[in-house]
Write a protein that binds this ligand. Structure first.
Ligand SMILES: *Cc1c(COP(=O)(O)O)cnc(C)c1O
Length: 453
């Protein structure tokens, strides 16, 4: 058994290394043969176990060709980033450790790494230093946890204790979100019991930011959700105007900064001015910081509010703000904060700024070249997102599908200002300036092919 474990790990490492060696040249989206080969997986559940080496081989032989090379340099979909070598390597070592990070008592080492990672996060994002930092699976899950804390805290101020009284019969809490709110915030709010009728969608300007002049009235029973990095345009809400207004009204301000909050760690920091005045923030590791999946952070100014809402102590309301199990939805979980520690330690403040700034400069270059080539760039490109449209709907679709078919690049569709478009996100540490030029070439060729019929 022991010997086999060594062989298996070595085999997996060799296969992983081979995959990574080919990451720059493999197709970005799998071809139809690779997808068809997945049918080989449809075997019945083995009545008796099959050899582990064969299982790993099958995973690699069928699985690797069917991957989307989002860990490569020319994947421009969904702002998802790649995986930094140091963070991915840390994750591999942690697989050997197999630590459960719910409790410092059970895994004191991991707890300490995550504590340091949390401190560094507050430092690099320049958020209130006493805030709690919970390491969860996703911005979705982290927002859900934090919005529960927001709801409970606002109700608590009215004398209603959600923990003991529940929600039935509670005073009403409203939520104001940007009309461009990310779908995962809507999901979190729905799960928390805010029906669509309790959610006011604040009108936005042409950039997708809340228009401060048309902000619905706020009060002490309102949660205001703002965005650092609108998912299409990468735009930022006007924190400097909105946050002080919300706080003066006694509202709770939550900032969805899944990818865009990283601007704060760069020369583009000004775009986030005032964000530090909010009550809570979510930011992903697995997007722009380029940690592996899955890794996200819930940051809350009032650690006790978060620990009260999410506490999983045997006795209710004793939630320690130190215990990770009281800061996220998860109880048992891997030490995902360790990958944040590894990423921040190897990049340093300078490396994070450099990564963000390079991607923003590449987005500017990309937008300029696309405009020159006659494409419609629909946003003003303030960050790493470029929203593009062809001459009409048919051309927009044809260019995207042609690009996908080329295997050279991949990106997804979107709808902006009511029209089909596609969104190019630059967030992989592997993406070079040459990759951006190649993207432009692919788009131009796909358009020519479409026009030639
Ligand atoms: C990706 C994203 C989310 C959701 O993040 P997950 O980690 O995928 O759950 C939320 N908001 C914005 C703006 C995003 O880009």
């Amino acid at each position: 058994m022991e010997q086999e474990e060594g062989h298996l790990v070595a085999d997996a490492d060799a296969r992983a290394a081979a995959y990574l060696r080919g990451i720059e040249t493999r197709r970005v989206f799998p071809d139809s043969d690779a997808l068809r080969a997945l049918e080989r997986l449809d075997e019945p559940l083995p009545p008796v176990g099959l050899p582990a080496m064969d299982t790993l081989a099958l995973l690699d032989e069928i699985g690797s060709p069917a991957t989307v090379a989002s860990n490569g340099p020319r994947y421009f979909g969904f702002v998802v980033g790649a995986a930094l070598p140091a963070a991915a390597a840390a994750d591999r070592l942690m697989l050997a450790w197999d630590q459960g990070a719910a409790l410092a008592m059970a895994a004191p080492g991991v707890a300490r790494f995550e504590q340091v990672a949390g401190r560094w996060m507050l430092d690099i994002l320049d958020l209130p230093r006493g805030s709690a930092v919970g390491f969860g699976t996703s911005a979705t899950a982290c927002s859900l946890g934090i919005l529960a804390a927001a709801r409970d805290a606002l109700l608590g101020r009215t004398g209603w204790d959600v923990g003991s009284q529940g929600l039935f019969g509670a005073p009403e809490v409203r939520v104001v979100v940007p009309a461009t709110v990310h779908v995962t915030i809507s999901k979190a709010l729905r799960v928390l019991g805010f029906g669509a009728d309790r959610i006011l969608r604040a009108p936005v300007d042409a950039q997708g930011r809340i228009d401060p002049d048309r902000l619905p009235p706020l009060d002490g029973r309102t949660i205001l959700v703002l965005q650092a990095g609108e998912v299409n345009t990468g735009e930022f809400d006007r924190f400097d105007v909105l946050v002080p207004r919300a706080r003066a009204a006694g509202a709770w301000v939550h900032v969805d900064g899944a990818f865009g909050l990283w601007a704060r760690a760069s020369a583009h920091r000004d775009r986030t001015a005032g964000v530090e005045g909010a009550d809570s923030w979510t930011v992903d590791g697995h997007k722009w910081l380029n940690t592996p999946y899955d890794c996200s952070m819930a940051i809350c100014r009032d650690p006790d509010a978060l620990a009260r809402a999410l506490n999983s102590d045997a006795a209710y309301a004793t939630g320690s703000r130190e215990a990770q199990k009281n800061l996220t939805l998860e109880f048992s979980r891997r030490g995902r904060g360790v990958t944040v520690w590894a990423a921040l330690r190897t990049l340093g403040r300078d490396g994070v700024a450099g990564l963000v700034e390079r991607h923003c400069a590449q987005a500017q270059h990309l937008a300029a070249r696309l405009r020159d080539a006659g494409f419609n760039v629909l946003n003003r490109v303030v960050l790493n997102q470029v929203v593009v449209r062809g001459r009409d709907d048919a051309e927009t679709l044809a260019v995207r599908l042609g690009a996908e078919q080329s295997g050279e690049v991949w990106f997804g569709p979107t709808v902006w200002a009511g029209k089909p478009a596609f969104r190019l996100s630059i967030s992989s540490w592997r993406t070079t300036d040459a990759d951006i030029d190649r993207l432009v070439d692919v788009l131009v060729r796909a358009r020519e092919a479409h026009r030639a019929g």
